[in-house]
Design a protein around this ligand. Structure first.
Ligand SMILES: [Fe+2]
Ligand SMILES: [Fe+2]
Length: 345
């Protein structure tokens, strides 16, 4: 229905076009989510050739400047789970100031406190990088794929919280920030969205997830357990984003497989040097072993537990590669990781 003609010369009213009027999004069981809006316009498969700034579904404006988007296809930045993961992130935010029972942290023997502070210093740097890197890519996502940008925004919030919670734990019990080690700094060389996703989301965050799970097991009080449990819950979303982005890319642009292998070569090369310590930093590996064993005198026992986690870590990584469509990585994996792979049954 077109608007009634108006003769007042002081008005424009060219915007008052009711021809495409009538959208009525219906809330579902989980409220009015982004999934409930998708019938009003999904992300186009090809990138907007004009690459102008304009929101998907809205009328284009010829005055709009070009967006700095550097990507050509939807697959460059898309994840089929971005909408769902963003909504989940919005509903599961927590605040380290009030959601961690800090009073439960009790004095520990020096070896255990020093080990926990070493782990937390390492993690606070890892989390800084895990926020810094996606932050760089937020501005490269065109509004046609706005769900990806929303997800990245939620990830930045999660990583900010992780960065602060591990800093708080290091400072709350008589220890402090110590030697951070290398702390995943090499990830900052990633220069492409998919390179970031392969190296950070798939490998980096997959491996940090194992540390969080181990952290919960080796914690000595409810505050630490909750820190690791809640952080692991957030990390699962980041990991899922990475896996679903890479899977989408492999589904629609399988010719990019070698490019993905190249990214994995780089990151496995960095991780593979850790010799089973779960991290790129020897100090962190030793600290984890002290915590896992229950003291410096039981570090051997701790290393045995670490090796079990390492095996689990590598096999979970392989499983994710299979989901993505990169089963052939089994033969190409860095030798120091490949040795932990379970044979195919
Ligand atoms: Fe994180
Ligand atoms: Fe993360």
């Amino acid at each position: 229905m077109a608007a009634a003609p108006v003769s007042n010369p002081g008005l424009d009213l060219s915007w008052l076009n009711l021809d495409e009027w009538g959208a009525r999004a219906e809330p579902g069981k989980r409220g009015l989510t982004l999934d409930d809006l998708i019938t009003f316009g999904d992300a186009p498969v090809d990138a907007n050739p004009a690459a102008k700034i304009g929101m998907r579904g809205a009328a284009p404006d010829p005055r709009s400047p070009r967006h700095r988007n550097q990507y050509r296809t939807k697959a460059d930045v898309w994840s089929e789970s971005a909408r769902l993961l963003y909504e989940e992130a919005m509903q599961r935010q927590w605040a380290s100031a009030v959601d961690i029972p800090w009073e439960e942290v009790k004095p520990l023997p020096d070896d255990l406190e020093m080990a926990m502070c070493t782990l937390c210093t390492f993690l606070t740097q890892v989390e800084f990088i895990a926020g810094d890197l996606p932050g760089r890519f937020m501005g490269t996502v065109h509004p046609d794929q706005f769900e990806t940008q929303l997800f990245l925004g939620s990830q930045l919030m999660d990583e900010a919280r992780h960065e602060d919670v591990f800093r708080k734990r290091a400072l709350v019990n008589g220890g402090g920030l110590v030697d951070a080690g290398f702390g995943a700094s090499n990830l900052l060389t990633a220069d492409d969205f998919t390179e970031m996703t392969a190296r950070l989301h798939l490998i980096g965050e997959g491996f940090v997830q194992t540390i969080f799970r181990m952290g919960e097991l080796i914690s000595t009080n409810e505050a630490e357990k909750r820190i690791y449990r809640l952080s692991a819950q957030d990390e699962s979303r980041h990991l899922a984003f990475g896996v679903t982005h890479l899977k989408y890319l492999m589904d629609v642009e399988p010719a990019r497989a070698e490019e993905l292998h190249h990214y994995l070569d780089i990151q496995e090369g960095a991780i593979g040097q850790s010799n089973g310590s779960l991290t790129t930093n020897p100090a962190t590996g030793e600290a984890l072993a002290i915590l896992a064993g229950g003291g410096l005198d039981k570090i051997d026992e701790g290393f045995q537990k670490l090796m079990i986690m390492r095996k689990k870590q590598i096999n979970e990584y392989m499983h994710r590669l299979e989901v993505i469509g990169l089963s052939d990585r089994r033969d190409r994996m860095a030798p120091s990781m490949k040795m932990f792979l379970e044979p195919i049954v």
